[in-house]
Every structure is written in C-alpha cells, then in structure tokens.
Design a protein around this ligand. Structure first.
Ligand code: C5P
Length: 311
C-alpha cells in the first residue's frame, strides 16, 4: 500500500488527523478470458501503480456526529452514498463493528471515467486510512478483502506496485518490479463507464493470447519489447470513435507503446516521442483532440516501503 505516506502539508492553517496520497494505476496488458455466470468477466491483467494521485484528508468526528462528511470541489465526483470513499467507510464499519464517523476531504487530480482506477484507489486509501485512525485493527489482506466487496480493482491497491490480477480483477499476485519508467497519460474530455464498455464487448471476436506468456514477457524482457494488448480497446473505440484517432496520432509521434488503460478513455504512452515531436506533441494533441496530458511514472517497491514506513 503506497498511500501510507502521511503528508505534512498544512491546509487551512492546521493539520488533519491523517493526510494521505491516493495514487492510481494503468493496465500494462488486459485480457478478457470469459463471461461468468454472475455477469462479471474473468480477466487477466498486469496492473502497475503510477505516481499520478489524489489526496485524501481525514478527521475523526466527535462521537455525537450524525454521519460521515465528504467534501470534494470537483463537480464530476458524486458526494452521496454512491461515492466509493463513503462506501468503503460503510464496509469498514460493517466488517469490523466499529462506530467512528469521519470527515473526509478529497482533492481530485486523477481524471474520472479514465480507466485509471481513481475511484477504486480512493476507496482503498479510505479503507487504509480509517483503519489507521481506528488503531490498525485489520491487516492489509483483510482490507483488500473488504475492498473486493465494493469493486473489482480495489484489492490491487494493497499490492507492492506491480501485480498480476485475475478473477474479476480482485485476485492479486505481486510480481517483481519493472524497470523504472516515466510515461505520459493522455485523457480526452469524453469518459466511458466500465459497465457500458463490458456490455459492448464481443467475446467471440477476441484473439486468444495466453496471458501467462504476456506476463512472462513483461517480467523477463525489456518493457519495450513486451507485448501490449487490451481487449477492451475494441468496444471502447466503438463507443467513442475518437479514441482510435488519438491512438494513431500518439503512435505516429514516435512512442514505443500506446495502449488504452482499463476500460478507457485514457491512454498511456511509453518511451519518448520523436525528437522533433517532444515540444509540439502536447500542444498538438491538445489542439487536435482536446485532451489533458499528464507526465507521470511507475511506482515501485521503494515508494511503497518509503511511504508505508513513514505512516
Ligand atoms: O467491479 P466494478 O464495480 O468496478 O465494475 C463495474 C462494472 O464493470 C460491473 O458492474 C460489470 O458490469 C463490469 N465488470 C465486468 N467484469 C469485471 C469487472 C467489471 O463485467 N471483471
């Protein structure tokens, strides 16, 4: 868990009881294996944590407080009980029997409906944070299990930074860390809902590639010679045709790898663009496609240890 770093920034002239970072993820590959009886899809994916993050600030409320309070200035974030932070706190109380209530402030930077797991990361951070504030009564494994009750890719955020995830995404196996890599995230204004993308997926038309081979390649070869595939690109591109143009333009700029993350709509780009493209790439992409661009990097075990130990 990397969100263990307690930040020392001061807001409104005072410290919160707990101030955490909430980093997001990309999927270095994402294979959909089959549709299950329960409606979910069995998948196999290499998840990688990246440094792009939100902040979550926590106060424990007095005993007589009526309920939790959530603040977020981003109008795209729902503040009702559908918010994954509030769902996480509810599940934590249900599973542990605790009764504390919390005030939480979410400073949102990770774009929503982007396939970056921003909401899932916030839920994981909230589970970890309220557990700290209640005297660390649950282990990280238990917190990951609580997370699986809320959403498929919350458990990943209790890994060490790079993990091979299976099941509906909630079963994780830590793998050795990959080469430190900086990357660009490209996010068009349009977003897609994960459920909607899965509904448009035609399982029969997917090329069957062995996910264990993809995993092996990533672990044993350079990140640039591995195979990058996301089975959700086809349905996402169908729902938002502009995505295919963004991918093509980014590839033409010279990146070694351009792949959609999760169910989209963001792409990650590895490697540098052509030299004569470096300066104009951002400007051109913004002009042509109205995208936001973030420069970020892989998080690894050192980040996890460092942030964890400080908490
Ligand atoms: O689990 P989560 O709430 O994040 O998933 C959102 C939606 O995406 C689910 O309701 C389901 O329709 C779809 N999904 C799926 N298979 C998965 C993960 C998500 O079909 N492995």
């Amino acid at each position: 868990a990397w969100f263990g770093r307690v930040r020392v920034n001061r807001e409104e002239g005072r410290r919160w009881d707990l101030e955490l970072v909430s980093p997001c993820k990309i999927n270095l590959f994402l294979r959909i294996i089959r549709k299950r009886e329960d409606g979910y899809h069995e998948l196999a994916s290499m998840f990688q944590a990246i440094s792009l993050h939100d902040d979550l600030l926590f106060d424990v409320l007095p005993d007589d407080a009526e309920g939790d309070q959530l603040e977020c200035e981003d109008p795209n974030v729902p503040l009702d009980r559908n918010n994954l932070v509030l769902k996480a706190i509810d599940v934590f109380r249900k599973r542990t029997g605790r009764t504390e209530k919390f005030r939480v402030k979410l400073n949102k930077r990770v774009p929503v409906q982007a396939g970056l797991g921003g909401g899932s990361a916030n839920a994981a951070t909230a589970l970890w944070g309220v557990n700290q504030l209640c005297g660390k009564i649950a282990t990280n494994e238990e917190l990951a299990d609580y997370g699986a009750e809320i959403g498929s890719d919350i458990s990943f955020f209790f890994s060490l930074g790079t993990a091979y995830c299976t099941g509906r995404g909630e079963k994780l196996e830590n793998v050795s860390e990959l080469m430190p890599t900086s990357l660009y995230i490209i996010k068009p204004k349009e977003g897609l809902s994960t459920g909607e993308v899965f509904k448009n997926l035609d399982i029969a038309s997917i090329e069957d590639r062995d996910p264990l081979k993809l995993k092996e390649k990533l672990e044993q070869e350079s990140i640039y010679t591995a195979e990058f595939v996301n089975d959700l690109e086809v349905p996402s591109f169908k729902l938002c045709p502009k995505l295919a143009d963004i991918k093509q333009a980014s590839e033409e700029a010279g990146f070694k790898v351009v792949l959609m993350s999760g169910s989209g709509t963001s792409f990650f780009c590895l490697g540098e663009p052509h030299r004569d493209f470096v300066e104009i790439f951002e400007e051109r992409m913004k002009e042509l496609f109205n995208v936001d661009i973030y420069q970020t990097r892989f998080l690894n075990r050192k980040d996890a240890d460092h942030w964890y130990l400080q908490s």
